[in-house]
Design a binder for this molecule. Structure first.
Ligand code: ARG
Length: 294
């Protein structure tokens, strides 16, 4: 009789211990990022639903918010390289769009809108000046890491609003990684990085917002990533998927509060950031950050 009580006690104690333990021990790995200060950031045209040229932008505040992000990366031990902002390119702060770099190979961008077209050349010049030798000028429209996300197994590739489906074959051939094409269907989530974030590339672990994808693409994601963290609409609308993970720390917009606990439950350390002024351009943490994978 008493042994039954003991067993019950032991079982619940063990369960409690399991519950308090984080799911996994995570490790941060040092990263190299490319960013561009928002010296000339403004919203004077609208190429996504977040951009309203009639809404004023507080430029000093945008600068402070961006500097906080840059300094946070550095404080976490990452290297941040800087592009020189150009006065005629107000969206240049969204450095993720300028190229995709894997194994030191650079696939340049080709922007969908004329307003951002010249940014690609600024990125290519930077790569040339900084010792990158394998640089491809793309044949097809692709907006860099805005639409390409890298896991150890796949190159996930968004299409529907910006990057051309033809850029997917081009990226697959250039990087020699299997590309998984994903159809974006909601204009608010016009780039893949507004709806999906790689949390741990080595483990193929991601988080995403299903509502941004076509039914077929949702099924593809569910098959390939059955354990993904599924984000809900309010967190997606707060740009919570526009996040950057170093394997342990996940820097994400502070308003995406619904993601904090699910991330902690998986052993990640959420780092809330305020990039509210840059959201007026339709971008946040990830959009401001291009990862240089060497
Ligand atoms: N205003 C920019 C555009 O519409 C924002 C780009 C955001 N970047 C990103 N990686 N999602 O192109």
């Amino acid at each position: 009789m008493s042994s039954r009580t003991d067993r019950a006690f032991h079982r619940s104690a063990a369960e409690a211990a399991v519950r308090e333990e984080p799911a996994l021990t995570r490790d941060a790995t040092p990263r190299r990022y490319l960013m561009c200060a928002p010296d000339h950031f403004r919203v004077t045209y609208s190429i996504n639903p977040w951009m309203d040229p009639s809404k004023p932008v507080d430029l000093p505040l945008a600068m402070t918010q961006w500097e906080d992000l840059r300094d946070r990366y550095r404080a976490l031990g990452h290297t941040v390289e800087l592009l020189t902002p150009r006065p005629d390119l107000p969206d240049m702060v969204f450095a993720a769009n300028g190229a995709t770099v894997i194994d030191g190979r650079v696939l340049g961008a080709l922007f969908a809108y004329q307003e951002r077209y010249a940014e690609a050349g600024e990125h290519r010049d930077w790569f040339r000046a900084n010792g990158f030798t394998e640089i491809r000028e793309p044949d097809h429209v692709n907006e860099g890491e805005g639409d390409f996300a890298v896991t150890s197994t796949y190159l996930l590739a968004g299409r529907g609003f910006r990057s051309s489906p033809l850029s997917h074959d081009e990226a697959q051939e250039f990087f020699g990684r299997p590309v998984i094409g994903l159809d974006l269907v909601d204009p608010r989530y016009y780039h893949l990085d507004t709806a999906l974030c790689v949390l741990d590339e080595a483990a193929d672990e991601i988080m995403y917002y299903p509502g941004a994808f076509s039914p077929g693409s949702r099924s593809v994601l569910a098959r390939l990533f059955p354990d993904a963290l599924i984000a809900r609409e309010p967190d997606a609308a707060a740009f919570g998927l526009n996040a950057v993970s170093d394997g342990l720390h996940v820097l994400l917009p502070q308003a995406a509060t619904g993601l904090f606990d699910p991330l902690r439950d998986r052993g990640f350390d959420p780092v809330p950031m305020d990039l509210g002024e840059l959201l007026k351009g339709g971008g946040s943490v990830k959009c401001c950050t291009q990862e240089l994978r060497l």
